[in-house]
Design a protein around this ligand. Sequence first.
Ligand SMILES: NC(=O)c1ccc[n+]([C@@H]2O[C@H](COP(=O)([O-])OP(=O)(O)OC[C@H]3O[C@@H](n4cnc5c(N)ncnc54)[C@H](O)[C@@H]3O)[C@@H](O)[C@H]2O)c1
Length: 155
Amino acid sequence: MGILDGRVAIVTGAGRGIGRGHARLLAEHGARVVVNDLGSAMEGGGRDARPANAVVDEIVAAGGTAVANGADVSSFDGARALVAQAVDEWGRLDILVNNAGIIRDAMSFKMDEATFDSVINVHLKGHFATCRFAPSTGVSARRPATTSRAASSTP
Ligand SMILES: NC(=O)c1ccc[n+]([C@@H]2O[C@H](COP(=O)([O-])OP(=O)(O)OC[C@H]3O[C@@H](n4cnc5c(N)ncnc54)[C@H](O)[C@@H]3O)[C@@H](O)[C@H]2O)c1
């Protein structure tokens, strides 16, 4: 019996890196996990369902429960659909890990506006958007979901 049996978690950007680790650990402790990942390339742009699907396969192979989600959390539509998937699938949402992030390294005096905006969109708006829609499930009105901010907001 796991300490998270019966709980439902969303981890954003869980197709790779730290988010993958969050998702696998939550599932190992019994949570059902929505593995969100846009699957964008490291240098930005594009979408790819394979990273999220691969993590779901790993969790299921280890005896856990997970579903993939390819939404872009930097849009309200994407965040709304992500939260809706958790609730449609399992009827509740208990844990939200805001991990999705991108890296656009540049000295401040060399950074262009589009690059700055792209980081702020994922790290700031992407955090807000998921938190914006999580309470609208009605689930957290009874017992607020636990949220965690993993992503750095520094461009
Ligand atoms: N690795 C570090 O040393 C470090 C240090 C400080 C902060 N962080 C932060 O931790 C988080 C995870 O870092 P990581 O190294 O595991 O990154 P990573 O690049 O390995 O994984 C991030 C994932 O987020 C996904 N993603 C990007 N934009 C998305 C969007 N709009 N919607 C949904 N998914 C999206 C990407 O497809 C990628 O798979 C990031 O937010 C990063 O800024 C990392």
